[in-house]
Ligand binder design. Structure first.
Ligand code: ATP
Ligand code: MG
Length: 254
């Protein structure tokens, strides 16, 4: 069997907010290169906080996060910008530019590589071709010239995926990417996300509320309960007992 290659190493990560909320209370786990890791956990468990720490959006309180050999904590300037290029991000709210065409939204993923030329929309022929090709692989070839505000939620999220892939990240973080979508659109988005990350050899960390989606699309699953890792395993290991522990912590009820 191929040796598993650790791309992200999280060790004893703690994150407190002013006012005293301890959102992460000593979280440790590895993320392997090329896998789709799903983070599950009840509301307030710390999923978003964890993702924001990994791409340096949120400063950690203690512990360490190493992404492809680089310690994230304390990165500044050029190195922080490099991390943001290496780590793509997808949100529940899609975060695309509604008044721009689909193809232009996808090309936005290249901005970090262009500087001012990108702001002026002077993308290379190769990048335009690549954007078209990626959009086609996400079943959006008929939408490329439409304004993004003409799309359905599921299509908008696939545009956001295209933009993130165009960025050529090592890691893609997706925070509840299907929370605003109906079940049909959700399955489609997660299916495409899984497929394109595999094809492009991108490691993905996806937070999800829905256990069924986690089971269907995850290579591996981490469960958080109130800032602590309480589950780590394959989709087949997330049985009723594990779910009970994650979502209905008995101690809470006394
Ligand atoms: N900016 C902040 N300031 C203070 N407390 C915060 C902040 N962001 C998050 N928290 C707190 O940290 C804890 C974890 O929040 P987080 O948003 O990471 O949870 P989550 O698992 O993403 O929840 P949800 O499923 O509702 O999105 C919660 O108790 C939350 O209230
Ligand atoms: Mg959240």
């Amino acid at each position: 069997m191929k040796q598993k290659d650790v791309l992200i190493k999280i060790s004893d990560l703690k994150k407190s907010f002013p006012g005293g909320t301890e959102a992460l209370k000593g979280v440790s786990f590895d993320v392997y290169r090329g896998e789709l890791l799903v983070i599950v956990g009840a509301s307030g468990a710390g999923k978003s906080t964890l993702l924001r720490c990994i791409n340096g959006l949120s400063a950690i309180s203690s512990g360490s996060i190493v992404v492809d050999g680089i310690e994230v904590n304390g990165l500044k300037g050029k190195k922080l910008r490099q991390l943001r290029t290496d780590v793509g991000m997808i949100f529940q709210s899609f975060n695309i530019v509604n008044r721009k065409r689909v193809i232009d939204n996808a090309l936005h993923g290249r901005l970090a590589y262009y500087g001012l030329r990108g702001v002026l929309g002077l993308y290379s022929f190769e990048d335009k071709k690549k954007a078209f090709e990626i959009l086609a692989r996400l079943d959006l070839e008929k939408q490329v010239a439409k304004r993004a505000d003409q799309l359905s939620g599921g299509q908008k999220q696939r545009v956001a995926i295209a933009r993130a892939i165009m960025q050529e990240p090592k890691v893609l973080l997706a925070d509840e990417p299907v929370a605003s979508l109906d079940p049909g659109a959700s399955s489609k988005v997660l299916g495409y996300l899984h497929k394109i990350c595999q094809e492009e050899d991108i490691t993905a960390i996806v937070s999800l509320h829905q256990i069924d989606y986690a089971r269907n699309y995850a290579d591996r699953i981490i469960g958080l309960t109130e800032g602590v890792v309480t589950f780590e395993g394959g989709p087949e290991d997330l049985d009723d007992e594990a779910i009970q522990e994650l979502y209905f912590n008995e101690e809470e009820e006394e």
